[in-house]
Design a protein around this ligand. Structure first.
Ligand SMILES: NC(=O)C1=CN([C@@H]2O[C@H](COP(=O)(O)OP(=O)(O)OC[C@H]3O[C@@H](n4cnc5c(N)ncnc54)[C@H](OP(=O)(O)O)[C@@H]3O)[C@@H](O)[C@H]2O)C=CC1
Ligand SMILES: CC(=O)N[C@@H](CCC(=O)OP(=O)(O)O)C(=O)O
Length: 345
């Protein structure tokens, strides 16, 4: 299939190129950039030399939609809505790595993202792209709203215990830590090397845009309104997210029973690895791969279940999951082109 990547020079864009340039069923035919228009992508990122040497095109998104079977967009939501309309008119398919198509209620999106867009949101045939939970719907979707990186790590970690009502929907406390690539490649003062190196800092405490996304999906899983406390932190590493989640246990359950419940829930999910009791995950174990690792601990003193999950924000948290979804949409094995591990010291 012919693949177009709109916003190819960003961190999720080049991660898509890294994966898709070796994907046996995909041919990258269209790449776009605003700042680097007319340059070779391999001039901008020399590591791609010999793997992808296409010229970056500007914002002729109509051409992209006309010539590609599937479009990945990493662009701001205003542009992605326009592309969504073109994709619908042309009968093509779109995977958006941004936030434009993740919400059920457009007003929630508008409130949290400060958007003035006026579109017929409900008319898009769109699906929330958390592969493991929405597999059947994704297969037939025209537009996939690929999840945010933090939501992927959190929802995968909580789904089994919420679905089985082992924990209460109250007092779910989430502490997440992200590498700096999560913020994208646009230069910002707060992301300068000297601000991030040898430093760890919370940000957007109790007001991060991923709160409504996480609550929307957890509420659907539990079939009642779920609320969360969410504190993200920036830590001095390039890739990775660790989410540590605290929840109140409803009933008596042993750590072994929690482990069995997760094993059963994810028994058919290639990219989810459940760690044996008392084994804790670390971001390095999944860096460069599409895996999510989940471990647990029980604090009997306070009857608290502590769930820990790790992903690579650019892989399972963005481009890896996007390709996983593309595979599903085109009837391919879910791990096609994605069976990558990168173990390093
Ligand atoms: N980084 C991460 O870990 C994750 C990111 N996301 C989301 O995915 C999306 C992309 O993220 P990321 O790749 O990190 O972002 P970057 O800032 O690294 O890249 C954004 C891309 O969009 C292009 N772009 C931006 N504005 C315009 C414009 N007005 N016109 C044309 N092109 C434009 C840029 O092109 P150029 O600079 O070449 O002009 C660049 O290629 C964001 O919505 C982000 O929130 C989701 C999950 C994880
Ligand atoms: C470290 C860091 O800055 N991470 C980003 C996550 C980006 C993301 O996934 O945001 P969207 O929902 O817009 O796609 C943040 O906290 O905003």
């Amino acid at each position: 299939m012919n693949v177009g990547i709109l916003g190819a020079t960003g961190y999720t864009g080049i991660e898509l190129i890294r994966i898709l340039s070796k994907h046996p069923n995909a041919k990258i035919t269209y790449l776009s950039s605003k700042h680097f228009e007319s340059q070779l992508i391999s001039e901008v990122y020399p590591g791609l030399d010999g793997y992808c040497d296409l010229i970056l095109e500007g914002d002729d998104f109509k051409k992209a939609v006309a010539t590609c079977d599937i479009i990945f967009s990493t662009l701001p939501h205003e542009l992605t809505f326009e592309i969504g309309k073109m994709v619908v008119d042309a009968g093509k398919r779109l995977i958006d790595l941004g936030s434009a198509f993740r919400f059920d209620d457009f007003n929630v999106f508008k409130n949290w993202y400060g958007s003035n867009d006026d579109i017929e949101y409900d008319k898009f045939n769109k699906v929330y792209g958390l592969t493991e939970l929405n597999r059947e719907k994704i297969k037939n979707a025209q537009i996939v709203g690929n999840p945010g990186c933090y939501p992927t790590s959190v929802i995968l970690a909580l789904a089994p215990v919420l679905k089985n009502r082992v924990v209460t929907d109250k007092n779910i406390i989430i502490d997440s830590k992200s590498g700096v690539s999560g913020a994208g490649h646009e230069p910002k003062f707060s992301n300068l090397y000297s601000e991030c190196n040898e430093n760890t800092k919370p940000y957007n405490v109790a007001k991060h845009r991923h709160i409504p996304e996480i609550e929307q999906e957890l509420s659907k899983i539990m079939q009642e309104e779920v609320k969360i406390v969410f504190t993200p932190h920036l830590v001095p590493m390039t890739r990775g997210i660790l989410s540590t989640i605290y929840c109140n246990l409803k009933s008596d359950i042993t750590l072994k029973e929690v482990y069995d419940l997760y094993q059963e829930f994810y028994k058919n999910d290639y990219f989810i690895k459940i760690l044996k009791p008392r084994k804790y995950p670390s971001t390095k174990s999944v860096a460069g791969s599409n895996f999510c690792q989940i471990g647990f601990e029980m604090d009997e003193h306070t009857n608290t279940l502590i769930i820990m999950s790790v992903i690579d924000n650019l892989m399972k948290g963005a481009s890896g999951q996007a390709v996983q979804n593309m595979n599903l949409m085109f009837g391919l094995p879910e791990n096609k082109g994605l069976d990558i591990i990168r173990i390093f010291p």
